[in-house]
Write a protein that binds this ligand. Structure first.
Ligand code: NI
Length: 198
């Protein structure tokens, strides 16, 4: 009984958080607003798909196109990363040079640097995969107001899915929020907006 109440409260908390997040991120500005009253992004300490420790400062001077997901994701992440890749392919070489696409895992228990190294090249040669400790992932997700939660944890085979928000964030060369793209933004629309900003 107690456990059910706890789960219900946790689920309610997630829904409230997701709703608030949706309001801030999607509820105003039409999905690509360049000004925001809420701060998105911030410092992070993670490890890249080559096993190298990185921080947000390593990306200064470049735009970061950031997406949160996990390599076991059956549909949403592959779709979103394919859209990012298609959009990047529509940029000029000069524009492409100014931007680093980044995939941050919300499943640090399974997404090692090695599994990210197998995953990211399927989408784009420039895509950087980042993972970290559960605490590091929690911190970066909180900074970006990205939401994630394990589902069907009771699978006897240990398989599980993750619920997660699906927003692509564009951060400026100074590390500050520049724009975001809601789930399902077509590649051409994303490329057009990127080219305007870059
Ligand atoms: Ni996903």
């Amino acid at each position: 009984m107690k456990r059910i109440v706890v789960i219900a409260l946790a689920a309610l908390g997630f829904v409230v958080a997701a709703t608030v997040g949706r309001y801030y991120l999607v509820g105003h500005g039409g999905g690509t607003s360049s000004s925001s009253s809420v701060s998105i992004g911030g410092p992070f300490q993670l490890v890249d798909h080559n096993g190298k420790a990185v921080t947000d400062e390593d990306f200064r001077g470049k735009y970061m196109l950031v997406y949160f997901g996990y390599t076991f994701c059956p549909d949403v992440c592959p779709t979103s990363l394919s859209i990012v890749a298609e959009a990047l392919d529509q940029l000029s070489p000069e524009e492409l040079d100014k931007i680093v696409p980044i995939f941050i895992s919300v499943d640090p228990d399974r997404d090692t640097p090695e599994s990210l190294a197998d995953f990211v090249p399927h989408f784009h040669e420039k895509l950087v995969g980042l993972t970290g400790t559960p605490e590091q992932i929690k911190a970066v997700a909180r900074a970006y107001r990205a939401f994630y939660a394990k589902v069907n944890e009771d699978d006897p085979d240990g398989n599980y899915l993750m619920d997660h928000s699906s927003i692509t964030y564009l951060m400026g060369p100074d590390g500050k929020y520049a724009a975001h793209f809601s789930h399902g933004t077509p590649p051409a629309a994303m490329a057009k907006r990127l080219a305007e900003i870059l």
